[in-house]
Design a protein around this ligand. Sequence first.
Ligand SMILES: Nc1ncnc2c1ncn2[C@@H]1O[C@H](COP(=O)(O)OP(=O)(O)OP(=O)(O)O)[C@@H](O)[C@H]1O
Length: 293
Amino acid sequence: MTSPDLTPSKLQARGVWKTFGAAVALQDVNLDIAENAFITLVGASGCGKSTLLRTLAGLEARSAGTLTCNGASIEGPGPERAMVFQHYSLYPWMTVLENIKFCRRLAVHRQPHDSASVEAAAGRADALLRLMGLAHVASHYPSQLSGGMQQRVAIARALMSRPQVLLMDEPFGALDAQTREVMHDLILHVHRLERSTIVFVTHDVDEAIYLGQQVVLMAPRPGRIHQIHSVPLPAQREQDMKLSPDFLGLKRELLAQIRATSGMETDFDLLAKLSRAGSIDLAPEPTAHPTHG
Ligand SMILES: Nc1ncnc2c1ncn2[C@@H]1O[C@H](COP(=O)(O)OP(=O)(O)OP(=O)(O)O)[C@@H](O)[C@H]1O
């Protein structure tokens, strides 16, 4: 993860802390994210994944340390960084196309613009509609779309201003398993095409491995980076790879680390404990066979 000094990181954290009163959400976070990387953040609930993402977005101020994008200190949101949330946050009274163009419209109002820039924006919106498979619903309203479609609109909207960095907070968390798989391949395609740097938060270890070139495993109380794993899979992902020994080996290791760092008990641990306490008997009673005399 650490880049040589000659190729500066796109995003860099040095000694970053974030506290909420007595709670330490981030403890001494150091991270280098290279340009065009796809990084996933995974870990038990409360380990600081969202807080780290929000500080990178500039939505949350850090308590200590330095955080840079392109070498410049992050002191708030910026046009080079876009965020996608789990809940689609679309404007219900706008069509799909209007939603996608909306952020761009805000930006244009801040700058002098000419017909060429407006035309370029229209071309970009059309290209994103096609890329995200939304061309046939351009004039629909969000309530007429499935959850997966709504999230595609939210991603297209985030991409409209050509951000260099896409920060995604459990964007597929509310989708069903099949839709998630489609979205995984779509976001990998978007990453290849747009050449953006993506930081993606998830609870789901399979999702973290399938999408990430590197998986940053975080641990709670205090929130911190536990270990950074490189994903030993070919760059061009295919769904079948989820059954490969490399995938399953990393999955096993990540799950064990999440359990160990969170003090989480599996259902089996809990059953074993109850059994030892005498509250439950796991061993089946030997069945008494009727004797036929
Ligand atoms: N605004 C806030 N005020 C107080 N405490 C907060 C706030 N935001 C986060 N925290 C605390 O900081 C810690 C990290 O929270 P965070 O939401 O970043 O974790 P997470 O790994 O994203 O969790 P989850 O996976 O459950 O979303 C938690 O203990 C949380 O309670």
